[in-house]
Design a protein around this ligand. Structure first.
Ligand code: ZN
Length: 102
């Protein structure tokens, strides 16, 4: 049996008939195709990739490169889903933090 719990508050949603909402997100680097030049096409990407891989194997301290594309999936309970659709980027709660009541 699959186990589901809310990815925000951790509420268990495994029970039959429990309301559950799925949020799918895809984040990727925006790339303007007009920026691509002949120079880009002539670059030896295989060479670059080989260099990149050998760098990785050396285990340097360089930060991991940002993923070009990241797909995410979240299971939310009804309460957290409602909060999410009203404020998907959490801007409202961030603003509230700045304007604390006296
Ligand atoms: Zn929740």
């Amino acid at each position: 049996m699959m186990h589901f719990s809310c990815d925000v508050c951790g509420k268990d949603m495994t029970r039959d008939g429990a309301e559950r909402y799925v949020v799918k997100m895809e984040a990727f680097a925006s790339c303007d195709p007009g920026v691509l030049t002949d120079g880009d096409l002539e670059t030896d990407h295989i060479e670059e990739m080989a260099q990149l891989l050998s760098d990785l194997e050396e285990g340097g301290d360089a930060p991991a490169p940002l993923p070009a594309c990241k797909k995410m999936r979240f299971d939310l309970c009804p309460a957290c889903f409602r909060k999410f659709v009203n404020d998907p980027l959490g801007r409202e709660s961030a603003a509230k933090f700045d304007f604390s009541p006296n």
